[in-house]
Every structure is written in C-alpha cells, then in structure tokens.
Design a protein around this ligand. Structure first.
Ligand code: ADP
Ligand code: MG
Length: 334
C-alpha cells in the first residue's frame, strides 16, 4: 500500500491534513497542538464569533465532493462574519468522520484551506472524532474600532438591498434532486461552493443600518431584520436579482416564490438610509459586487411582496429545522 493510502489515526489526521498552513496571525500565541488555542490581543479589539454545522443528509448529500464540502463548511461561517461587517481571521474545525479515508480528508482540507487562505483565515484548533459525517466550523473575526452591523438597526424609509443573485442555490438543489431538468453550472456551484461576500461585508459599516446573510431564504432572513428592528418592508418581486436560469425555472414551473424562500444563497441582505445610496454604489463598484435595491423599509411589521403591481401572499417562509414541511407560515400577509 502506498503511504498515502494508509489509514491515518486521529492525531495523524490532525498532523498530516490540518496542521500545515500558510496563514499565521501575530495574535495567535498558540494554535493547533495544545488543549486550547490562545489569542493575545491588544486592548480595544472586538471579536465577532460564529459557528455553523453541516450534517450529511441534512445539509449535503452524503456522497458530496469532499473538496466542495471543505469550502462550504468554512464559507457558511465567513458569510456570517461578512454580514456583521467583520474581518475573518481564525477558525476551529470539529470533524466527525465515518471513516479515515485519507483521500477524502485531503480533498476536504484542500477545499477548506483554499478558501481560508484567500480570506486570511488561520485554523487554530478543532476536534476529530469518528461517527456519522458532520462538520462544525467556528469562525472568529475582528470588527476593530467600528461598530458591527446588527439585524436591529433598520429604520422606516431605508432602502432594502441584496448582493448577487437569489434562488441560484434553490435551483441547484432542484436540479440535484432531479425535481427540475436543466444543466446550470452556476446554480450547482452556488449550492456547493458559495462565495461569502467578505469584501463587500467589510464596507457595510460605511452605510448599512442592518444586515443579515441569506441562508434560509430572503423572506425568512429579511423577516429577522424586520422583527429585530420592529419595522415592516415592501419588496418588489420584479426587482429581485434573478439569473437567466432562475427566470427560466420560474417561467417553466410557475413557482415564483422559490427565489424568496429557497435557502443557501449566502448573499447579504442589508438596509441603508436613502442618503447613503451613493456609498452603497461605490462599495459595490470597488468590490466588484452586484448590488440590487429590492424594496423599502416601512413602519409597521411583516414583509409585503408586490408582483406585477399587486400584493402577493407568501405561502412558504423558508427552511426551518424541527418543522416537518417547508411550508410554515399560514398567517395572511400583514
Ligand atoms: P483535546 O483532547 O485536548 O481536546 P485533541 O487531542 O482533540 O485535544 O486535539 C489535539 C489538538 O489538535 C488540539 O489543539 C485541537 O484543537 C487540534 N485539532 C483536533 N482536530 C482538529 C481539526 N480537525 N482541525 C484542526 N485542529 C484540530
Ligand atoms: Mg485537552
């Protein structure tokens, strides 16, 4: 058996696949190898922390490409940091693996570190255990000197924006499930290897009054901004940024709700006062990010969607764990 094919044990996995990396931050007093990692900060540093788990059979198909999985496990966490306007710096990785297949782990590590290096993220610890395939990543970022962008700051009159495009991951999932027949690499890539909007996220403190990343569907996630800011919003369906493939899906299926309720796009949905519109445009140009204005914050509560000039009722509200159906919101639009 060639050396690369020998089955590594827990510590061998950590040493061989996760201990070597290019990114090392000066604040890292202790990284992988002891009982804890130690970060040593100057005063006034503010840390943003987040964690997300991907479980086989729930968040991804058990036979998913390990390199794409390594990317996604980190990407979903960097997306949370981006939504706060934080700069990603460190990560912890808890891996539960059904078997110690070195090729699988090497590909996973390649996907993970590929994204980590692009965004200056140092892996400083984690856990490696045997069991049903699941991946938990914790990401730490800094929001030095500036206030983080919360969900609670939206004001009546603010414009509602979204980066990139909506419904791509939803379309990718329908294709992968065999529920819709199309060849759309863009949609499959969005589902498997989403790009966290880190560069644009760093600009958010310049103009955003509130922000959230779109992981459970725009309606559900914008709904969190509305609840926490105690406001309502109007969104025009015609202003949603939809790819040609998503438009074709909507035309073929009549399922116009999909771009509003499908999850996994990892775009940023944010609000900004009207006087900041220019700053939004500048940040979009400087970071090469498509940004679309999709609606307006109003006094009151709840999301109203207008399509072809008429108010529509949303029957589905997004993905919820512990709820048996995608359809959860039976209340009429407010
Ligand atoms: P402990 O039992 O004290 O929690 P472990 O033996 O589990 O420590 O891990 C040894 C070291 O390797 C620790 O520093 C831990 O953070 C790190 N580590 C374990 N698994 C991973 C992983 N998948 N990726 C990165 N670091 C890891
Ligand atoms: Mg210990």
């Amino acid at each position: 058996m060639p050396d690369s094919m020998q089955r590594p044990g827990e510590f061998e996995i950590i040493r061989r696949f996760f201990s070597r990396q290019r990114v090392m931050h000066p604040e890292t007093e202790l990284g992988i190898g002891d009982d804890c990692a130690i970060l040593n900060f100057a005063a006034e540093t503010r840390l943003a922390l987040t964690t997300d788990t991907l479980v086989a059979g729930v968040h991804f198909f058990p036979d998913a490409d390990p390199m794409r999985l390594g990317h996604k496990a980190l990407a979903v966490n960097l997306s949370d940091l981006a939504a706060m306007g934080a700069r990603p710096r460190w990560a912890l990785l808890a891996l539960t693996l059904p078997e110690n297949d070195p090729e699988w782990i090497a590909a996973f590590a390649q996907g993970f570190f590929g994204l980590a290096e692009r965004h200056g993220v140092q892996l400083i610890g984690g856990d490696t255990t045997r069991g049903p395939l699941a991946i938990t990543v914790q990401a730490l970022g800094t929001a030095a000197g500036r206030s983080a962008v919360k969900r609670s700051g939206a004001q009546p009159g603010d414009a509602v924006y979204v980066t990139g495009g909506l419904g791509l991951a939803g379309l990718g999932l329908k294709i992968r499930q065999g529920a819709y027949d199309a060849s759309d690499e863009e949609a499959l890539d969005r589902l498997d290897v989403p790009e966290p909007r880190v560069g644009f996220g760093l600009r958010l403190p310049e103009f955003a009054s509130a922000c959230i990343d779109v992981s459970d569907g725009l309606a559900a996630d914008l709904g969190h901004i509305l609840e926490q800011s105690a406001v309502g919003a109007e969104v025009d369906w015609e202003n949603l940024p939809l790819s040609a493939g998503v438009c074709r899906y909507v035309a073929d299926s009549g399922d116009w709700e999909m771009p509003l309720v499908a999850g996994d796009d990892y775009e940023l949905c944010f609000t900004a006062p009207a006087m900041k519109a220019n700053a939004v445009t500048l940040a979009a140009e400087a970071t090469g990010t498509r940004v679309s204005r999709i609606g307006t914050i109003r006094a009151g509560s709840g999301l109203s969607v207008r399509r072809a000039g008429r108010p529509e009722r949303l029957w589905r509200s997004g993905y919820l764990h512990f709820v048996s159906r995608e359809t959860t919101d039976e209340s009429p639009p407010r």
